[in-house]
Design a binder for this molecule. Structure first.
Ligand code: SF4
Ligand code: SF4
Length: 312
């Protein structure tokens, strides 16, 4: 629920978020990590099956469903190598985005989980090696913030390339550079452009959380756009906020949560790390509200533009 209060020179919106119980953050983190581990385990099992029996892992890619749906709608053709299972998965993740924004990315995407794992290992090593830890904790400078805000448009360029290329050629043009395709084919030990991209993403993931999700994932771009209609979002009650910035520091997508009233950025992956990190039980929470009419610009700092999303 939102109410507006007027202070000299500014308008503030009070968003009353549900009070969280003690231990809420720990339980949500545990649940999310359990789901992530389970999905990665299923993928590992599928890869083992592929290795033993030669089945194609591509059938489990929801983005393939979006590629073939667009191709079929615009040309009447389907895309080679794809399956009706891709369409079912695409419909499922689209429904998930309508219900809870990018929560598929934050909870279930195995490639997002792998990137998170790489960054977690890097942070652990950083805590043992003080110079590395200091470098990892340094605040983002203005140059990096600008570069980051421009790079975030990259995933829309990749989306246009992948979906448009599939519609024009009838083939999966993105597959040749898709790091997830390289993961699915890893048992074949094939050195390819996609494998080189995978290595680059994992190396960058040592210093930037979820770099592929932030800058290049066409599925994340699609779900972020669909999720704009979702009534569910993280909200902050400024009157209960301590101004500690821990929510922003915890956000793997480097969104400026501590300045927002309602996090409606298409980059939010619904991981709830921000809420789990918040020391105030009433400052930050998940709330349901109609996506329209949009709140005034100054009240939704995070969603005002992708370029304001900011970087760590
Ligand atoms: S704003 Fe919160 S829920 Fe969204 S990506 Fe950042 S930490 Fe996760
Ligand atoms: S972590 Fe909580 S108290 Fe701290 S700035 Fe964010 S919303 Fe406010």
């Amino acid at each position: 629920m939102a109410t507006q209060t007027q202070t000299p020179g500014s308008v503030q919106q009070r968003r009353e978020v549900p009070r969280r119980s003690a231990g809420w953050g720990r339980r949500v983190r545990f649940a999310r990590h359990a789901v992530q581990l389970a999905v990665v385990g299923v993928v590992a099992w599928i890869l083992a099956q592929a290795w033993l029996g030669g089945s194609a892992g591509e059938v489990f890619c929801p983005f393939g469903g979006f590629e073939t749906a667009w191709t079929w709608l615009t040309t009447g053709r389907t895309v080679s190598h794809l399956h009706s299972g891709n369409l079912v998965l695409a419909a499922a993740v689209a429904l998930m985005a309508i219900a809870a924004r990018g929560s598929f990315c934050g909870w279930a995407c195995p490639f997002g989980s792998i990137q998170e794992g790489v960054y977690a290992v890097s942070r652990t090593v950083g805590s043992w090696v003080p110079p590395l830890g200091r470098w990892q904790r340094r605040p983002a400078g203005p140059v990096w913030r600008r570069v980051d805000s421009v790079l975030r448009y990259g995933r829309y360029a990749v989306l246009v390339f992948a979906v448009g290329g599939a519609a024009v050629t009838g083939t999966l043009v993105f597959r040749d550079v898709d790091p997830w395709h390289a993961v699915l084919g890893i048992v074949e030990f094939e050195l390819s452009l996609a494998f080189a991209v995978l290595v680059a993403v994992l190396l960058l993931g040592l210093v930037v959380p979820r770099p592929f999700c932030r800058y290049a994932c066409p599925l994340g771009a699609t779900l972020g756009l669909i999720g704009k209609v979702s009534p569910v979002a993280v909200e902050r009650d400024a009157s209960a906020c301590l101004g500690c910035d821990l929510c922003t520091q915890a956000c793997p997508m480097a969104l400026q949560v501590h300045e927002a009233s309602r996090v409606t950025s298409s980059q939010c992956i619904g991981c709830l790390e921000c809420v789990a990190a918040c020391p105030s039980q009433q400052a930050l929470g998940v709330a349901v509200a109609l996506p329209w009419p949009a709140a005034p610009r100054e009240l939704v700092t995070v969603s005002a533009s992708e370029s304001q999303d900011g970087a760590r």
